[in-house]
Design a binder for this molecule. Structure first.
Ligand code: NAD
Length: 511
């Protein structure tokens, strides 16, 4: 059994031309029904919602929209599968074999999965291949490999007793995910939940349902038994809420906005007190000290906010820069952005920045740019809609200078390619104070050549990940999640196995 390596698949797909991708997109067929108990079925109500592509505004599909009764059916299927042990009682080696096969099948269907992601969400096709598909497969394979290498514990009892401390799966997990990294974030929940023997009901975001349905079909093909993984596309306030309030769901694993994260905590409190792990948004600072390598920092600042058109929970959306180096930094950011961030059709491999996910989100982003100007900030790059002839939802990479950290654009998550530039003039302490002055605490970075300052600053930045002289370096091996309003959950790493298991003590009398 080997860890599937995505390199060859990725390399082959990265050689494809724009014409190749357009031709493949034209031939694409996909499933739009709910996936419950191993079968695709229509929503009981027959209701659908429309999936629209932000690349050109075209209608992709009418997706079956799960109601509360469909969610209940999915939860019952998951419960039955959990209770009869068809999955959790398999030898760990067997679960590993099946999950590795699933990871292989994901790579084998990388073209379709990447296309679905790009067409629905607008992410450049190269990124859908490299990140969403390849990293989702890697995540599943990584947790598969972990299953038969993790041990339980024996407590230090007196000699007349033996106490075993074992980890047991929780039961039925509801996974509710956003649209910005639809496959990858789903894999962060599904892989550790399934590896530890749980059953799952996955609720994808309305904007990105299609790849999740293919993912579920591939799981079944790989040998995941019926009922163990169910997918209920549907509206958040209907299907998401029904899952959050369901009395037979043991845990909700949520990633999305801070507002909806809190709703899930309410749903849990008002139903069965189920566990809720939430990973919400951010307003993450990159703190640039006067002695920083400005060229390196500028590149990280540009990529940190414009990558995925800023629709990244850990986007470096605030740069907190010392006044003495601000002009130099901004000039570099502008140069790199203008040279690199080619806005275009996400099916074109030359495109670096695709559209915003939909018109509603685009209007929100443009509204924030206007707010910033009203509050006294200056647009020094971009600032408006672009590629209007395409019919798609494109916005220019935008830099707002002179932002007050306490203003709306200094505090609220814009979730678009809009950088807020905040200047400080005093000592590093002032920069740290401003960086920490946020309701969120997902990630932060510090740029300095002084190792002592770097460590001291990293220690004081209130964020789940702090980068020193880099940004967005990550791997499945390290935990990901945040402090404060960002939430308390952590995805990735072996620690995520704890999030889907409960400790059980078995005390044996040896006297
Ligand atoms: P969202 O909160 O609107 O939606 C997330 C999910 O919740 C979707 O599946 C949606 O259908 C569902 N939902 C929406 N309203 C609901 C309701 N009333 N009841 C139950 N479920 C409901 O977020 P989004 O717009 O899809 O994603 C963007 C947000 O996700 C941003 O805030 C971003 O920062 C955050 N995010 C966080 C991380 C992280 O790891 N911390 C990663 C990616 C995205």
């Amino acid at each position: 059994m080997t860890f599937p390596d995505a390199t060859d698949t990725v390399q082959e797909l990265l050689t494809r031309s724009y014409e190749d991708w357009l031709a493949a997109a034209a031939k694409l067929s996909f499933e739009t029904r709910l996936f419950i108990d191993g079968a695709f079925i229509r929503a009981t109500s027959g209701e659908t919602y429309q999936s629209t592509s932000p690349r050109d505004g075209s209608v992709l599909a009418q997706v079956q929209s799960a109601g509360a009764d469909d969610v209940d059916r999915a939860v019952r299927a998951a419960r039955t599968a959990f209770d009869d042990g068809r999955w959790r009682d398999l030898p760990p080696k067997e679960r590993k074999r099946i999950l590795l096969r699933w990871a292989e099948l994901i790579l084998a269907h990388a073209e379709e999965l990447a296309l679905l992601d790009t067409l629905e969400m607008g992410k450049p096709i190269t990124e859908s291949v490299r990140i969403d598909v390849a990293k989702a497969a890697e995540t599943i394979a990584w947790y598969a490999e972990a299953i038969d290498k993790t041990y339980d514990e024996i407590a230090p009892t007196p000699g007349d007793a033996l106490a075993l401390i074992t980890r047991e799966p929780l039961g039925v997990v509801g996974a509710v995910v956003p649209w910005n990294y639809a496959l990858l974030i789903a894999s962060w929940k599904l892989a550790p939940a399934l590896a530890t023997g749980n059953s799952v009901v996955l609720k994808p975001a309305e904007q990105t349902s299609l790849a999740a349905l293919l993912l579920a079909r591939l799981a079944t093909e790989a040998g995941v038994p019926d009922g163990v993984l169910n997918v209920v596309p549907g509206r958040g306030e209907i299907a998401g809420q029904a899952l959050g309030r369901h009395p037979d769901v043991d845990k909700i694993a949520f990633t999305g906005s801070a507002e909806v994260a809190r709703l899930f905590q309410v749903y849990a409190g008002e139903s069965n007190g189920k566990q809720v792990a939430v990973e919400a948004g951010g307003k993450s600072p990159q703190l640039v000290l006067p002695d920083a390598d400005i060229t390196a920092a500028a590149s990280a600042v540009a990529w940190g906010i414009f990558y995925n058109a800023g629709q990244t929970c850990n986007a470096g959306s605030r740069v907190v820069v010392h006044a003495s180096v601000k002009e130099q930094l901004l000039a570099e950011v502008e140069r790199i952005t203008t040279q690199t961030f080619r806005v275009g059709d996400p099916l074109d491999p030359a495109t670096v920045m695709g559209p915003i996910v939909d018109e509603a989100q685009l209007a929100k982003v443009l509204g924030y740019i206007a707010d910033g100007q009203r509050e006294g900030a200056t647009v020094v790059l971009g600032g408006g809609r672009t590629r209007t002839d395409s019919g798609g939802s494109f916005v220019q990479p935008t830099v707002l200078d002179g932002v007050a950290n306490t203003s709306v654009v200094g505090q609220e998550e814009i979730f678009g390619p809009v950088l807020a530039v905040i200047t400080y003039e005093g000592e590093t302490d002032e920069g740290i104070r401003i960086a920490n002055e946020s309701a969120f605490g997902l990630v932060a970075s510090v740029w300095t050549r002084d190792i002592t300052t770097a460590h001291r600053t990293a220690n004081r930045l209130r964020a789940g990940t702090v980068w020193i002289n880099t940004f967005d370096a990550s791997d499945v091996i390290t935990p990901f999640g945040g402090f404060k309003a960002t939430g308390a959950g952590r995805d990735k790493s072996l620690h995520a196995l704890d999030a889907y298991t409960a400790l059980k003590t078995t005390w044996i009398n040896l006297a």
